[in-house]
Design a protein around this ligand. Sequence first.
Ligand SMILES: [Zn+2]
Length: 351
Amino acid sequence: MGPALDPARPAGRGLAPPGGSGRPPATWVGLDVGGTNVRAGAVDEDGHLLSWLSYPHRMTPGQFHAVPEAAGKALDLAQLSWADVTAVGVGIAGLVDSHAGLVVDAGNLGWHDLALGPELSRRLGVPVVIENDVCASAIAELAVLPGGPVSPWLYLSVGTGVGACVVLDTADGHPLCLNIGHLPVPGGSRLCPCGKYGCLETVASGTAFTRAASARIAADPDHVLHSRAATISGKDVVDSAMAGDAVSLEVLAAAGTACGYAVANLVNMFIPAGVGLAGGMMAPGSPYLVALIEAARRDITTWMQARFEFSCGRVGETAGVTGVVELARRRRLAGATVPRPQPRPAVMPGA
Ligand SMILES: [Zn+2]
């Protein structure tokens, strides 16, 4: 179960006054489906969380029963029913086609060409909007940026994988998702699940640096983590780096440097007014973040150096849930195509 609700959490963008008709105000359900975690919450019209849960879960290829289960738990916790729900937003760690409700490629979930939106909508009986998880959390983080939202705004999130997006216009509805994980990086030679060699994902993601640390520690019988080298987690690597372990520091610095190279390329390309960095590795002072910013600054054009600032995520792990609800709300307000529940087949007379 996740942390207690934070009453000081900034409101999302309110688009309708709370209900005063005696009926409960309309509710949204947001889900954030990552490589190793599912997060969910019921969200009111003003963007406030009414319930919140987060738990470890690894999806099975082709299976998604955990998604409606998490949505149901979020509603139960808020003591609401499906009759109160306007729509469900689902943030997915992978490439999605929101218009079709399709998960095109989510390698860390084992989902490919999965019609998740229409299928969930049919099961739950409410409209379902599918979005990229990084675009979702970017919207939540941009809303609380010190000094107010700016554009273009580049946003990068590192967790199990590496994701990025750019907000080209704050008045526009949706960030542009960037498939950054498969940018080639210098020195990268490992085969990526996408079929190419040396993608950013194979060097800079949580999966990649955990694998690199595991191999180094397994080869060092004197290392304090040697006995469990095969099962260490990304958090173990970060924790031991923060405690001064040289191997973990080196591995995180190499991963952060590769990520910084990619960030520099995106900054030079999009000329953003700001760059947001989020994810477990982006805590102020973390070796990954320090290496990332140092490498990015080295490769960003000189005239651009003073024209933008890096900022670290402020919302935390609820950003994906509140952000995907905001994106779903915008998509419905814009009248965009949202997969709707399919009518159940009528029973033919005499059948
Ligand atoms: Zn790749």
